[in-house]
Write a protein that binds this ligand. Structure first.
Ligand code: MG
Length: 387
């Protein structure tokens, strides 16, 4: 894979297979171009200024927001994803602004309390179309942000919305396709791919959380360095750091090992993707959509990254202390849902006014920060949980 010349690619600028804002498929509500910013810069800026983006700072990634000031939140996670994705985008000649916009928006639809919140809300919405955070991210940018006089939502470009809708069941895809023919859900029906920028933001998400969850896991005391050293991918860089710096230990040892692991993964993605691009030789962003997935790990790194993911799943996400908080988090979401359905007047006015009652309740709860959800839960049920 060494035949991919990173420096040459970096010097070449925007590649022919990159998304080009001059050829965007446009916005749902046609809008004149901005005088100084390209379409994707404008999308990125709209995302950063949105209410949903500011809420990410008080939403759980793995650890509940109030458990410690230094754990990742959805906001700092999203910033790390954007950083990783942008640096790869620049090297591969992809559009950095589009990559960044997708990365910053990718978790906007997450409920409070991380995956526990989403699972609980999905159960509450069984029989009413379910709840899925990717689709919710799209709903946030398409409908739930109310900032502009002429329309609901942020009115983002097609390519940014396409990247935000990372997964979609065929059933939901058919529903979206009915309202937006040939739109962002089409690829889930015809098996085509999203842009390289979208593929990259997606993989950067995985690289980011694999690394920062080790850091947060050890910081929390739920994982020990010795435990993480059982994962071959991490062990390699821990051993190398110890060999180079025998005097270094604790936090500095952890950070340096993670830093090396992150770099190795990023270089691997650049090399493997560069090789895949050379092999497929797509000559446009649309040719990318017709090719197979192109942004990837090399085979060896993919296997090692999966092993790390499995380790985090069993040892951290399923840790009894994490499970204890997720059980209570699910209760909060379930009871909030029931309370608002029984007393719609308790919803904020714009949600109380809607006729699609269950979906309105789900949208309201999904938008909450952890602490607002806990306050509302206490106000409506008299119970204090997760404090
Ligand atoms: Mg994420």
């Amino acid at each position: 894979m060494a035949d991919f010349d990173r420096n040459a690619a970096l010097a070449a600028g925007l590649a022919p297979y990159a998304s080009d804002p001059a050829h965007t498929r446009g916005r749902r509500h046609p809008t004149p171009a901005a005088p100084t910013r390209n379409a994707y810069q404008r999308d990125r800026d709209r995302i950063v200024h949105s209410t949903a983006f500011r809420r990410l700072v008080y939403k759980t990634q793995v650890f509940l927001n109030h458990e410690g000031d230094l754990f990742r939140t959805r906001l700092t996670h999203s910033l790390e994803v954007a950083q990783l994705a942008r640096s790869v985008a620049r090297t591969l000649g992809l559009h950095e602004d589009l990559t960044e916009a997708i990365a910053l928006a990718h978790d906007l639809g997450h409920t409070p309390f991380g995956h526990a919140g989403q699972d609980a809300l999905n159960e509450c919405m069984a029989g009413h179309g379910g709840f899925e955070h990717n689709l919710q991210s799209l709903r946030v940018v398409d409908e739930l942000e109310h900032r502009y006089p002429e329309y609901d939502g942020l009115n983002l470009s097609f390519e940014t919305r396409e990247g935000i809708l990372k997964h979609c069941s065929p059933q939901l895809a058919r529903q979206i396709e009915a309202t937006e023919p040939g739109g962002v859900a089409r690829r889930f029906l015809d098996g085509t791919q999203p842009s390289l920028e979208a593929q990259l933001a997606n993989l950067a998400d995985e690289v980011a959380y694999n690394a920062h969850d080790i850091d947060d896991g050890v910081r929390s005391g739920l994982l020990t360095l010795e435990q993480v050293a059982e994962v071959p991918l991490f062990a390699r860089f821990l051993d190398a750091t110890r060999a180079d710096h025998p005097e270094v230990r604790d936090r500095r040892l952890l950070h340096e090992s993670i830093r090396r692991m992150l770099s190795a993964q990023i270089y691997d993605v650049i090399d493997a993707t560069g090789a895949a691009l050379r092999a497929a030789a797509p000559d446009s962003a649309d040719a990318v959509r017709r090719a197979g997935p192109l942004v990837c790990f090399g085979e060896d790194m993919r296997a090692q990254s999966r092993a790390l993911k499995r380790f985090l799943f069993t040892q951290l996400y399923r840790h009894p202390r994490v499970v204890e908080t997720t059980t209570q988090a699910r209760q909060v979401v379930r009871e909030l849902f029931a309370a608002y359905l029984a007393q719609p007047d308790e919803l904020r006015a714009e949600f109380a006014e809607r006729s699609d009652r269950e979906r309105a309740v789900a949208d309201y709860i999904a938008g909450m920060t952890d602490r607002f959800a806990l306050r509302e839960h206490e106000r409506l049920t008299g119970q204090r949980l997760l404090t």
